[in-house]
Design a protein around this ligand. Structure first.
Ligand code: ZN
Length: 286
C-alpha cells in the first residue's frame, strides 16, 4: 500500500492570491509538489457555509465567484478541475453514521478552494470535491467529522481546510498588507501552539481571551477544526507551512501533516494587491 496522503490547513486571505505569487502561494505550490499522484483532493472551504453537511458529487463542478468588489480578471478566472462522484460516495460512507448530502447541481468550487488549488495543482488535473460546513452544528461536530474523514488519506485523498485562523472583516486595515493587530498575533500564536502540540484539544481556543475579536464568526475557523480532527485521528503531528498576517485582522498561517514541503524562501509580493474598492471590507465575502 502506498503512503497516506497529507492533510493541510491553508489561510487563503484575499482572493487576489489566485493571481498573485507571494510567499504564501509559493508555500501552497511547494506543498502540492510533494504530493505524488492523489486520487482526489477534498476541500472544506469557509465559503460553503450552509444548513447541512453536503459533498459536491457532480462530474464537472463549476467555478463559483463568490466575492464582491474585485477586478474583472478574478471574475473571469476558471479552475476546470474535474469532480469525483465516486469519491463523494466514499466521503459519505466514511463518515457514517453521520449523514452527508450529495450535491449534484447546487455548489461547485468556490474561491476558498480554487484560490489555493490553482497554486497547489496548477494544471487542474486532480479531481476536486468540496465538503460543506453545516452552520447549524456545534463546533465539536466539525472536529468529529474531521476525525472520521482521516481514513480517506489511505485511499489516496488529500484533505485540506481553507479558511483563516484569524478573520475579522470589520477590522480590515487595507494599509497594512503584511501587518497584524496585537490580538491577531496572540490568537494566531495560541492556535499554532495548540495545533502543533495537541490538535485534538483545538476547541480550547474558544476560551482564549482574544477569541471574540479573532473569530467574530466561526466560518473561517471551522476548516481548521476539520484539519485538527484529521491530524489527531491519523496520529500525524501538524507542522507549520507558512506563517504571517494580512490587512491587520487576517492570519495567513498554514499547517500540514504527513508531508515534507520545501517551503520557498520568503519574499514579498512584487506588487501590492489591488484593494476591493467597490465594496466595504465586510461586504467583500473574502
Ligand atoms: Zn475567505
Amino acid at each position: 500500500m502506498s503512503d497516506p496522503m497529507p492533510a493541510g490547513f491553508f489561510g487563503h486571505g484575499s482572493p487576489m492570491n489566485t493571481l498573485d505569487h507571494n510567499r504564501y502561494t509559493d508555500a501552497w505550490r511547494a506543498f502540492g509538489d510533494t504530493i505524488g499522484n492523489p486520487r482526489a483532493v477534498l476541500v472544506v472551504s469557509a465559503h460553503w457555509f450552509t444548513n447541512a453537511t453536503a459533498v459536491t458529487a457532480m462530474a464537472r463542478p463549476r467555478t463559483i465567484h463568490d466575492f464582491y468588489g474585485f477586478p474583472e480578471e478574478l471574475f473571469a478566472f476558471d479552475y476546470p478541475a474535474p469532480g469525483a462522484p465516486e469519491v463523494a460516495e466514499l466521503v459519505a460512507d466514511t463518515v457514517k453514521p453521520r449523514w452527508v448530502g450529495r450535491d449534484r447541481d447546487s455548489w461547485g468550487l468556490d474561491h476558498g478552494t480554487w484560490s489555493v488549488l490553482t497554486h497547489m495543482f496548477p494544471d487542474a488535473d486532480v479531481p476536486a470535491v468540496q465538503l460543506s460546513i453545516n452552520a447549524v452544528q456545534a463546533l465539536g461536530y466539525h472536529l468529529d467529522i474531521g476525525a472520521r474523514l482521516a481514513p480517506l488519506l489511505d485511499e489516496g485523498v488529500v484533505i485540506i481546510g481553507s479558511g483563516n485562523v484569524v478573520h475579522n472583516l470589520h477590522r480590515i486595515a487595507w494599509d497594512r498588507p503584511d501587518g497584524a493587530f496585537d490580538w491577531n498575533q496572540r490568537f494566531d500564536d495560541a492556535a499554532t501552539n495548540q495545533l502543533l502540540h495537541a490538535p485534538e484539544d483545538v476547541l480550547k481556543l474558544l476560551e482564549h481571551p482574544d477569541y471574540e475579536l479573532a473569530v467574530p464568526t466561526p466560518d473561517h475557523l471551522i476548516p481548521l477544526l476539520y484539519f485538527a480532527g484529521v491530524a489527531a485521528a491519523s496520529g500525524s503531528r501538524p507542522e507549520g507551512l507558512a506563517h504571517g498576517y494580512t490587512y491587520g485582522s487576517l492570519s495567513m498561517t498554514c499547517y500540514t501533516t504527513g508531508a515534507a514541503p520545501r517551503t520557498a524562501a520568503p519574499h514579498s509580493s512584487s506588487e501590492p494587491q489591488p484593494r476591493p474598492d467597490a465594496a466595504p471590507p465586510e461586504q467583500t465575502n473574502i
